[in-house]
Design a protein around this ligand. Structure first.
Ligand code: RP5
Length: 164
C-alpha cells in the first residue's frame, strides 16, 4: 500500500497530527511523520514534497497554524494529492490558518479540512488510497456503518429520555 506523508509546521501541532495518526493506525495505513516548516525549514519541506512520489507516498497531509503556508508549499512541489489541516493558533481562532490553507491559486490545489480536523484529514487520505484498494474501501465501509450505529444508539437513548 502507498504511504501517507505527514508534515507539521511545528511540534506544537502534534495534538492535531495525533488525531490523524490514530485514525491511520486504526485503518492499518502506513505513514511517515516530519516536522518541517514552510518558513523555518523551507528546504527540508520542499525536499520531502518533491521526492515523495518516488519514495512510495500516495497522498500528503500538511498541518500548520497562523500564516499556514505549509500545505501550499508542499502542493507546489508535488502532484500527489495534498490535504491541508489548518491548526488553531493563539489568536484569530484558526481563521488565519484556514484562509491561508484553503485560498490556493488555480493550478496548485490543497484539499482543506476543518480547523484542527486531523481525523478527517486521515479519513480523506484513506479514501484517496481506497480508490485503488478494495480491502481498504471495505474497512471504510465498516467504519461508516459502525459510526452510524453509534449515532442511532444515541438517538434511541435521547428518544427514550425525552419523548412522551
Ligand atoms: C506554524 O506556526 C506552526 O504550524 C504552528 O502552528 C505555529 C506556531 O509554531 P510554534 O511557534 O509553536 O513553533 O508555523
Amino acid at each position: 500500500m502507498k504511504k501517507v506523508g505527514i508534515v507539521m509546521g511545528s511540534d506544537s501541532d502534534l495534538p492535531i497530527i495525533e488525531k490523524a495518526t490514530d485514525m491511520l493506525k486504526a485503518l492499518e495505513i502506513p505513514y511517515e511523520v516530519h516536522v518541517y516548516s514552510a518558513h523555518r525549514t523551507p528546504a527540508e519541506a520542499k525536499e520531502f514534497a518533491s521526492t515523495a512520489r518516488e519514495k512510495g507516498f500516495g497522498v500528503m497531509i500538511a498541518a500548520a497554524g497562523m500564516a499556514a503556508h505549509l500545505a501550499g508549499a508542499v502542493a507546489a512541489n508535488t502532484t500527489l494529492p495534498v490535504i491541508g489541516i489548518p491548526c488553531k493558533g493563539p489568536v484569530l481562532d484558526g481563521l488565519d490558518a484556514l484562509l491561508s490553507t484553503v485560498q490556493m491559486p488555480t493550478g496548485i490545489p490543497v484539499a482543506t479540512v476543518a480547523v484542527n480536523g486531523g481525523a478527517n484529514a486521515a479519513l480523506l487520505a484513506a479514501e484517496i488510497l481506497a480508490v485503488e484498494d478494495s480491502a481498504l474501501a471495505a474497512k471504510l465501509d465498516v467504519k461508516r456503518a459502525s459510526d452510524a450505529a453509534k449515532v442511532l444508539e444515541k438517538d434511541r437513548a435521547v428518544a427514550e429520555k425525552l419523548n412522551v
